[in-house]
Design a protein around this ligand. Structure first.
Ligand SMILES: O=C(CO)[C@H](O)[C@H](O)COP(=O)(O)O
Ligand SMILES: [Fe+2]
Length: 214
């Protein structure tokens, strides 16, 4: 399982230092949470942060778009240097168009499901996807508690992927620590995002605990 530290819990006044800390400690991806104050009740970063991060790290940028009207933002975040864009199915009536748009802009296409959105929302989309992100908290804030029922959702998605012979990556986001990390690993997750667990302590030590699970 790959580990993607989320910079939402980093020290924003020392962002370069906090990115390099996790890169040097062997992080696999950098997770960047984009919140627009509309789709979720919080504001975080715009494309300028992604373009500022691009030259200071070799980590793939995994950009989680918690925004309304994602079709407007996809070109801007692709141009800013995202490697993967992750769009919520709840954010647009035209999710298939958003997936086509991500591929047309040369980035990996991911879709995200809120905890209350069933896997059936993915049925027509799965063959087009590079990544599926299962939210394990309700999006909008770091430091929330993992929702245990999401483990079974991950397991059912992994089973469906195998049955269909597909290869998209399964990612989880929210409330990941050493205990819940083991639960999602056993359920079949390929990528685990961790924000507060990594940054509310010594990032290298915290990351090592998650890396030891795999
Ligand atoms: O998308 C997110 C919140 O909407 C964050 O990626 C997620 O919450 C990470 O934070 P933590 O590991 O502290 O739960
Ligand atoms: Fe996220």
């Amino acid at each position: 399982m790959k580990i993607a530290p989320s910079i939402l819990s980093a020290d924003f006044a020392n962002l370069q230092r906090d990115v390099q800390l996790v890169e040097n400690a062997g992080a696999d991806l950098l997770h960047v949470d984009i919140m627009d104050g509309h789709f979720v009740p919080n504001l975080s970063f715009g494309p300028g942060i992604v373009s500022a991060l691009r030259p200071i790290t070799n980590l793939p940028l995994d950009v989680h778009l918690m925004v309304s009207d994602p079709e407007f933002w996809i070109p801007l975040f692709a141009q800013a240097g995202a490697d993967t864009l992750l769009v919520h199915v709840e954010a647009t009536p035209h999710i298939m168009r958003a997936i086509q748009q991500m591929h047309a802009h040369g980035v990996k296409a991911g879709v995200v499901l809120n905890p209350g959105t069933p896997l059936s929302a993915l049925e027509e989309l799965l063959p087009m996807l590079d990544q599926v992100l299962i939210m394990t908290v309700n999006p909008g804030f770091g430091g929330q508690q993992f929702l245990p029922a999401m483990a079974d959702k991950v397991a059912r998605l992994a089973k469906a992927r195998e049955a269909l012979g597909l290869h998209f990556a399964i990612e989880v986001d929210g409330g990941i620590n050493a205990k819940t990390g083991k639960i999602v690993l056993d359920a079949g997750a390929d990528i685990a995002v961790a924000g507060s667990y990594v940054y509310n302590g010594d990032p290298a030590t915290q990351l090592a605990t998650l890396q030891a699970l795999r």
